[in-house]
Design a protein around this ligand. Sequence first.
Ligand SMILES: Nc1ncnc2c1ncn2[C@@H]1O[C@H](COP(=O)(O)OP(=O)(O)OP(=O)(O)O)[C@@H](O)[C@H]1O
Length: 270
Amino acid sequence: MRLSSVSFRYSRRGPWVLREVGLALEAGSVVEVTGRNGAGKSTLLRLLAGIVRPSRGSVTGRPRVVGYAPEVFPVEQPFTVAAYLAHLARARRVSPAAGTALAERLGASHLLDQPLGDLSKGSAQKVGLIQSLLAPPGLLILDEPFAGLDEQTRAELPEIIGEVASGGGTVVVSDHQNQLRSFPGAEHWLVADASVTVPDAERVRRTAAGNDRERASRELAEDDRERASREVGDGERARHAVIEVLVGMEEADEVEQKLRADGYLTRRPA
Ligand SMILES: Nc1ncnc2c1ncn2[C@@H]1O[C@H](COP(=O)(O)OP(=O)(O)OP(=O)(O)O)[C@@H](O)[C@H]1O
């Protein structure tokens, strides 16, 4: 699947949310999308899912079955959870048992008889997740799935993502909390300034995971030098700064996670 020169804005004269985005997604890959609030993560996910169309550019090669769990699941529907899932199962031509089995796996069996309108935010989120998985998706898009989920479901979710990916499905997860930072083989995209980038620090981490830590940090140092000289050349030095933050070992993961969730590039010495 490919996004070619995709630009998007919500209205004719509105601000561009994304500009000239080019991305390729391999079958079986897992992508975690981070960025500050309002950066455009949900918009990127809606473009990938086909819910909105690019204002310019194109999205090609989208798999036939797309599972999409929105950030806020719409509960204003006059059904019980069971009736809603059974209806969707029929529409998607899968067995009605699929919804029940997923509800059991995600600890949501007790919700089946409840009206959608009575669900708490976390329970609605679970139903949103279940419906996205009813038919095995070729593309699974999860918008902030970890927010509001209980511990058991949080722990189960990476398992489910891994299963979809190993079955050849592509999984894209927007994740402000950076919960998939250590998911094996995951790509990490950062949405900022209407662009989507793969931060340098991630390249180091991924290469390091392949036991090539030394080369990765050499590459980053070269990139840093190149970027610094570019920035000086462009007269942009004043726009960027590198700061070192010294924290206790036990806090390091948490602090790094928070910084990354806010869209900063971070790296740790090899
Ligand atoms: N339906 C809409 N109509 C107009 N503008 C919108 C709409 N949805 C989002 N926006 C605007 O587009 C920009 C990107 O929003 P988006 O929801 O994609 O960001 P996000 O990174 O997912 O943010 P968050 O982490 O807060 O969910 C924001 O400025 C937002 O106000």
